[in-house]
Design a protein around this ligand. Structure first.
Ligand code: SAM
Length: 230
């Protein structure tokens, strides 16, 4: 049996590339975006009642990780890319049907638009459905996951004076918590676990419309060097 689905909207997100997006929602509370609903869901009726809800589930397509041939095993980056696990034991993006799910905070609702925070989704992500979070049913007391039992331990982050100044100006211009966004995302150390970060090597990512550049003066410590228009 085959069944086709079509997006009910598309996300406008702070994350313009996959690199440096947190591995799960809620890890960067300053990560914000707007879900723009498409017709006929852009009408007031479709979101009536949502103002009574603090968080929603988004079901979406990993549109930049879709593959023709399904994988049975994946190598989650969280495990350093070495160990492989059954695809259904992980939240890997490469999966049958390419469907992702995230619980995100609903900041504001208006017809055709949902303002969200705590997101882990790429800009342009097609969203297939929205469901209200139901605390008594979705928060399971005593639940465990021995593969992913805690969020990544944050690493130390410092700023060059110039980068902090630049970030403050761009935060004001954008009207976004840019400094917190940079700190929350980089402290999770987006670098692939197998790379040894040489101090000379520069890393970069586009957040909103600014390019953020940093390096590792020593392993386990990030220094933000520059925050400039991308
Ligand atoms: N919370 C979701 C889940 O469990 O289904 C996503 C988890 S997945 C491990 C998170 C990663 O998906 C992010 O770090 C980002 O790199 C990637 N990602 C987010 N949106 C994507 C998209 N539209 N296409 C491909 N990859 C995406």
């Amino acid at each position: 049996m085959s069944h086709s689905v079509s997006p009910i909207g598309f996300l406008r997100s702070c994350f313009k590339e996959k690199f440096a997006i947190p591995r799960q929602p809620q890890l960067a509370t300053a990560a914000r975006g707007v879900l723009e609903l498409v017709a006929p869901f852009d009408r007031a009726e479709a979101v009536e009642g949502l103002e009574q809800v603090s968080h929603v589930w988004l079901l979406f397509l990993f549109h930049q990780a879709l593959e023709d041939k399904p994988r049975l095993k994946v190598r989650p980056p969280r495990l350093g890319g070495n160990a492989s696990l059954g695809v259904f034991a992980t939240r890997a993006t490469h999966r049958p049907n390419g469907i992702g799910q995230s619980v995100v905070k609903l900041e504001k609702v208006e017809p055709g638009r949902l303002w969200l925070s705590g997101i882990d989704l790429l800009d342009g992500t097609p969203v297939l459905d929205i469901k209200p979070y139901v605390p008594y049913a979705d928060g399971v007391p005593g639940a465990f996951n021995r593969i992913a039992d805690a969020p990544p331990t944050p690493i130390d982050l410092t700023w060059s004076d110039e980068a902090l100044q630049q970030a403050r100006q761009h935060a004001l211009r954008l009207g976004e918590p840019l400094i917190e966004l940079i700190e929350q995302c980089l402290a999770q150390d987006p670098r692939p676990a197998y790379q040894v970060p040489e101090p000379e090597r520069r890393y970069g990512v586009l957040l909103w419309d600014v390019q953020v550049r940093w390096h590792y003066p020593e392993p386990g410590r990030i220094c933000v060097l520059e925050v400039v228009l991308g």
